[in-house]
Ligand binder design. Structure first.
Ligand code: HEM
Ligand SMILES: N/C(=N/c1cccc(CO[C@@H]2CCNC2)c1)c1cccs1
Length: 362
């Protein structure tokens, strides 16, 4: 980023952040000048721990596609900008998994590694999520999660070997600069998983479905005041539909609807029997039931929508315009049963925020 643009982005962030933190004008002006000088002298500036903490919360609050933003102020921010080696990165990521999991009472957390600075080796995480299942091409079709085919191949090329089940947890893969990426197995005891059973349909257990408890997105770039954090894994808890209506149900994922319909004894001869819809609903009932049974945080899409409504109301009260991406905010099942479907959202993108970034390459 050019120094002028960086200066503008930095100043806008500092002023907004310091206003929200009730800082005095004097303190704000002093910090703006200090940042100006740092940019003039070295072409970038460093966030204070307080700026990083509040900036990360703002990034969540500005995430238009996120239905879970009611809790934005409670985000826990772990500052790992001092980390310098792949080994230390992996250790910090394992600590994140353990801390965020918290025995099932999930704590929304983000770990922030050093930002991309011109002339410095960028730190990248190759995983899309810290915990995700491997995917393998076999002569009978895909084994495991099809979304992981390319990362699984990369891991095998680095010498990793999976067990070959539908639920092999991939290793952490980190890269500093253009060095060879390094992989680190996640100790099994750190990965909380939930077997999926149905409260009323015993046949569900025969499907041997399971999913990991904590979604930790690790492939997005966090931008705060013109500074780009390319490695900043963050987690919340799941909304049940992500697992029940997408991960298990999509044809290009685990494609389970026909098998669910079979154990339910549904008539799948005609679409009009709505067998897919019945299978979807019971799959989502099973996911919510199983997570609750195991004491792992999860939210149903109705409760999540109601919480989002409260987020909207609270933002209005703070005279902040709510922005949102309707196409992602509406849950993938029963959308019209939520207020979101019947609302309009301004999809303007403010920063701080999270963005997609190019996949790291060898
Ligand atoms: C606390 C519980 C949370 C819930 C229930 C929740 C729920 C969701 C859901 C359902 C999606 C759509 C995902 C998809 O369809 O693939 C989403 C998207 C998103 N969430 Fe949240 N979220 C939570 C916390 C967080 C946190 C802590 C952050 C970051 C600090 C965050 C940032 C985002 C972002 C950036 C997206 C868009 C991702 C993309 O564009 O691919 N969320 N959230
Ligand atoms: N519940 C969640 N769901 C997601 C939130 C953001 C992204 C994703 C994964 O998105 C993938 C890309 C598009 N769909 C799958 C899932 C959270 C993950 C991390 C914090 S909350």
């Amino acid at each position: 980023m050019e120094p002028i643009q960086l200066m503008e982005a930095a100043e806008q962030f500092i002023r907004t952040c310091y206003r929200e933190l009730d800082k005095t004008t004097d303190e704000t002006e002093r910090r703006v000048q200090e940042v100006r000088q740092m940019i003039e002298q070295q072409g970038y500036y460093e966030h204070t721990t307080e700026e990083l903490r509040h900036g990360a919360k703002m990034a969540w609050r500005n995430s238009n596609r996120c239905i879970g933003r009611f809790f934005w102020e409670s985000l826990l921010v772990i500052d790992e900008r001092h980390v310098e080696t792949e080994e230390e990165m992996a250790q910090a990521m394992l600590r994140h998994i353990d801390f965020a999991t918290n025995g099932g009472k999930i704590r929304p957390t983000i770990t922030v590694f050093a930002p991309a600075v011109a002339g410095r080796a960028p730190m990248r995480i190759w995983n899309d999520q810290l915990i995700r299942y491997a995917g393998y091409e076999t002569e009978y079709g895909v084994l495991g999660d099809p979304v992981s085919l390319s990362l699984t191949k990369l891991c095998e090329s680095l010498g990793w070997q999976g067990k070959g089940t539908n639920y092999d947890v991939l290793p952490l893969v980190v890269q500093i600069g253009d060095r060879t990426p390094q992989f680190f197995e996640i100790p099994q005891e750190l990965v909380l998983e939930v077997p999926i059973v149905h409260p009323d349909l015993p046949g569900f257990a025969d499907l041997a479905l399971q999913w990991y408890g904590v979604p930790i997105v690790s492939n997005m770039r966090m931008e705060i005041g013109g500074i780009h954090y390319l490695a900043a894994p963050f987690n919340g808890w799941y909304m049940g539909t992500e697992i029940g209506a997408r991960n298990f149900a999509d044809q290009e994922r685990y494609n389970m609807l026909p098998k669910v319909a079979e154990v339910m004894g549904l008539d799948t001869s005609r679409e009009a029997t709505l067998w897919r819809d019945k299978a979807l609903i019971e799959l989502n009932v099973a996911v919510l039931h199983s997570f609750k049974e195991k004491g792992v945080s999860i939210v149903d899409h109705h409760t999540a929508s109601q919480q989002f409504k409260r987020f909207e109301e609270r933002e209005e009260k703070c005279s902040r315009a709510v922005t949102g991406d309707w196409t992602w905010l509406v849950p993938p099942i029963s959308g019209t049963a939520t207020h979101i479907f019947h609302s309009l959202y301004d999809n303007t993108i403010h920063t701080p925020n999270f963005f997609y970034q190019d996949k790291p390459e060898l």
